[in-house]
Design a protein around this ligand. Structure first.
Ligand code: URA
Length: 443
């Protein structure tokens, strides 16, 4: 079948066969299908959708388009975790060490920041000296020795996704459920873990803006995992408001260490405990209640923090910064963003806050831009807080010439009113192969 006919079939609402999808995806990876045809097909998928079966086949083809990592040289159950992206979302740096301290093997590949959302690898590299590119032998040996390693995703994992994601980013086809599900699950299947916990974020700072869409995406990813013999669970978490108070690379490492030391902010700590509990459940460690108690215990006795230090040390990071934050590179300047009126914060658009932090230098505006690891935002006031005129809403960290542009975007994220808004849940639901359990009412 010609590529033209494949595009026309999806444009007209048809359902693809495996052979058609293989022709398209493998042709694109080989360079035989040009970007404009792929972009046209992705827009047709965006508008017409795909059946669950089509999405599962697409995922399989994308996973096999690169290296399929075999983690069998690592003994024990390997559990992975993936977030669909967020602002101030630093949960991997907390829950991976918690799970490892509870005896679960973590052989994890993570990504860099994307758009307004941050990435674990950039955060890890803010710890001076940290190596995030290990050879496969080093990676396996470290996980066998200390139970945990988090590294950058190998170039060869899901080669199709790498090309397709870059094209989606510039053709307004990112927030499309079958394309997100196949993008995430192709990488997860190729990365080789036995079980996968997905954090499906929902709200202004997430790709999925409603709980309903998030649940649909989660169900699809859980079922794709099941078809490939992997245990998958997905937690639907709030991303209307950034998690915790710190946004930016070293700032987020500091806040994660605070959670591991038992003194992190309540929202971040709660989401991390829930995610960590379900990682342990997936590893067969017990019921959600028993697993939560285990997660709390390894924070309380210091073993989760010790595991995190051990991981950074094994990857050549200067772990002194995890104890004494003043040893991190310091920002060139700090700037207080002051409230211009009294009132309750009724909304704080997490996407705009994420963009403000990118403008400060914490993220990239163009592929390959260098990062300022010390740049970012410390939020003093979030949705639901009362502020008085002249009080600090946030501290900006970074190069002073970047403050004005970031401030304009930051201020546009906030809405104030006379009434305290009702509280939003931190976690909406958990989706497993047995169905959906809601923690609270839908938004
Ligand atoms: N994260 C991914 O890896 N892919 C998507 O499509 C969206 C979020």
């Amino acid at each position: 079948m010609r590529i033209y006919d494949i595009i026309a079939k999806k444009r007209d609402g048809g359902t693809h066969t495996r052979a058609e999808l293989e022709t398209l995806i493998n042709g694109y990876v080989a360079g035989d299908v040009p970007d404009y045809q792929m972009a046209a097909w992705m827009m047709a998928v965006y508008l017409r959708g795909m059946t669950d079966e089509e999405t599962a086949i697409l995922t399989d083809i994308m996973a096999r388009s690169g290296e399929m990592v075999d983690l069998s040289p690592i003994a024990g159950i390997k559990v992975d975790k993936h977030s669909t992206g967020g602002v101030g979302d630093k949960t991997t740096l907390v829950i991976a060490p918690i799970a490892a301290a509870c005896g679960v093997k973590i052989a994890k590949m993570s990504g860099r920041g994307l758009g307004h959302t941050g990435g674990t690898i950039d955060k890890m590299e803010s710890v001076p000296g940290t190596r995030t590119a290990l050879t496969q032998e080093e990676f396996f040996a470290q996980v066998n020795r200390i139970g945990i390693s988090v590294i950058g995703q190998s170039e060869n994992i899901a080669a199709a996704d790498k090309k397709m994601y870059a094209l989606r980013d510039v053709t307004a086809t990112v927030s499309c459920i079958p394309l997100i599900a196949s993008s995430i699950m192709s990488k997860k299947l190729a990365s080789g873990s036995d079980a996968i916990l997905l954090d499906v974020t929902t709200g202004t700072g997430a790709f999925m803006k409603t709980v309903e869409d998030s649940v649909q995406l989660a169900k699809l990813m859980v079922s794709i995992g099941g078809h490939h013999g992997r245990k998958v669970a997905a937690m639907i978490t709030d991303m209307d408001t950034p998690l915790g108070h710190n946004i930016g690379n070293s700032l987020e490492v500091m806040e994660s260490m605070e959670v591991l030391k038992g003194r992190g902010p309540a929202d971040l700590t709660e989401v991390c405990l829930q995610l960590a509990s379900y990682m342990l459940v997936l590893a067969g460690k017990g019921t959600p209640e028993e697993c939560r108690a285990m997660a709390q215990q390894v924070i309380a006795d210091g073993s989760a923090f010790a595991k995190c230090k051990e991981m950074f040390a094994a990857q050549s990071g200067d772990v002194r910064v995890l104890e004494d934050y003043s040893l991190f590179d310091q920002p060139a300047a700090k700037y207080e963003v002051l409230a211009e009126a009294d009132g309750y914060i009724t909304a704080n658009d997490a996407e705009k806050i994420g963009i403000a932090s990118v403008l400060l230098g914490a993220g990239r505006e163009k592929k390959g831009d260098p990062l300022d690891y010390a740049a970012g935002i410390i939020l003093h006031k979030k949705r639901g807080d009362y502020v008085r005129r002249g009080e600090s809403l946030a501290t900006f960290c970074g190069a002073p010439e970047r403050f004005a542009a970031a401030e304009a975007v930051y201020r546009s994220a906030f809405t104030f009113g006379p009434e305290k808004p009702s509280e939003l849940p931190l976690i909406y639901a958990i989706v497993t192969d047995t169905g959906v359990s809601y923690f609270s009412e839908e938004k």
